[in-house]
Design a protein around this ligand. Structure first.
Ligand code: PLP
Length: 392
């Protein structure tokens, strides 16, 4: 094992690098979660989370990973046997579908090739064929972390509106919130699912549901069993700055600091930074002579890029070399993409030189693994960073 110096490069698409000031905030002593200081913190956090989701409605916070917030979205709004429409955009959409089936929902899974987002035209077709409104919810992963493809939520919303269909729209933003433009209210989303460990720059352990009035109304009659995930006791306790269980106090300190950082930068600047880093990364991939997995120019992810290797080359070998030689973690291909792609995470706490260092490490790893690539990739990324940085 090589002895590494300097900082580890954590360039997987989440968990992401946690800023030092967030780590320091979390190192403060834990306080009484029933005391006045904690109540003030809770009230501030719940208010300050709203603009990050683009909502004026409630945001429910769970001490759980993103998977918990997936379950919460389903069990709070649906009843056993309800029909839900899910889109096969990749590995995470497939996992969410499996969860829905395990919970006793009747899932209609629209097949996909893992290179495109959820297709609004296919949604329109399915809705048109459902005159009896048997579909109770449409589940979409906004940014498929396994593929680097971002679905176009406003176009999907339009399909629902044009069909006059009352299905709820449930959207997973686990790898897009606070990285890629997202608007819960303006886009008519009913439940937004999010997690702490990506754009929010926190360790794993918190997850979220932003909830529309329509979803709240559905929760009053939803019949799936729920207890820990139930929005009602949480929203009631939140009124008093509390939770119905012991909250993850120190993660909430970190959230307070991360939200302050996002406010200081401003969400439009945060989105623009991610989009620019994604463009620089794609420029590198193409100049290397490799293919970006995402096959639609409108759907490139701002938070990660999946790189397809030529036949006969093992993407996991490249990752292994990059980790061993350069102390950098890259994302693996998941599910059916295992060994065929690797994923470069460029979300969260990231500057131009961190991205440049990341792409330098990828280029070296590709060369050492014997993948035939042009040495021009890194330069192509630097050209984007230099040109687009001017006057910015
Ligand atoms: N959905 C997406 C898009 C994800 O990227 C992930 C995890 O990476 C999940 C769901 C599952 O979240 P967690 O691993 O935090 O439970």
């Amino acid at each position: 094992m090589t002895l590494h110096t300097g900082r580890h490069f954590l360039q997987i698409p989440g968990p992401t690098n946690v800023p030092d000031q967030v780590l320091r905030a979390m190192a403060r002593p834990t306080i009484d979660h029933r005391g006045p200081e904690f109540a003030a913190l809770t009230r501030r956090l719940l208010a300050e989370l709203q603009p990050v989701f683009g909502t004026t409605g409630p945001v429910v916070v769970y001490p759980a990973s993103g998977t918990g917030a997936w379950e919460a979205a389903l069990v709070n709004t649906l009843s056993p046997g309800d029909r839900v429409l899910c889109f096969e955009t990749g590995h995470f959409a497939t996992l969410w579908r499996a969860m829905a089936e395990q919970l006793g929902l009747d899932v209609d899974f629209v097949p996909g090739d893992w290179r495109h987002g959820a297709d609004p035209a296919r949604l329109a077709e399915r809705l048109a064929a459902d005159a009896g409104h048997t579909i109770k919810a449409v589940c979409v992963v906004h940014n498929e972390t396994s593929t680097g493809v971002t679905s176009r939520i406003p176009a999907l919303r339009r399909a629902l509106d044009e069909a006059g269909h009352p299905a709820l729209l449930l959207v997973d933003t686990i790898s897009s919130l606070a990285s890629i433009d997202y608007r819960h209210d303006a886009w008519g989303v009913d439940v937004t699912v999010a997690g702490s460990q990506k754009g929010l720059m926190l360790p794993p352990g918190l997850s979220f549901n932003a909830v529309s009035q329509k979803a709240l109304a559905a929760s009053r009659t939803a019949g799936l069993p729920r207890s820990f995930w139930d929005w009602r006791p949480i929203l009631e306790a939140n009124e008093h700055g509390a939770f119905p269980y012991t909250p993850a106090t120190n993660l909430l300190y970190g959230l307070d600091e991360a939200l302050a950082m996002l406010r200081a930068e401003g969400l439009p600047a945060v989105f623009a930074r991610h989009a620019r880093h994604a463009r620089a990364t794609r420029a590198a991939v193409r100049a290397w002579g490799l293919e970006v997995l995402c096959a639609d120019e409108r759907e490139h992810s701002g938070s990660l890029t999946a790189v397809l290797l030529p036949d006969g080359h093992d993407a996991d070998k490249v990752r292994e070399i990059v980790l061993e030689r350069f102390d950098m973690s890259l994302g693996a291909g998941l599910g059916r993409l295992t060994g065929r792609i690797f994923r470069i995470g460029h979300l969260g706490h990231l500057g131009d030189l961190t991205l440049a260092g990341t792409l330098a490490g990828v280029q070296l790893g590709l060369q050492l693994a014997g993948v035939p690539v042009s040495p021009d990739g890194l330069g192509a990324a630097l050209d984007v960073l230099r040109e687009e940085g001017e006057g910015a």
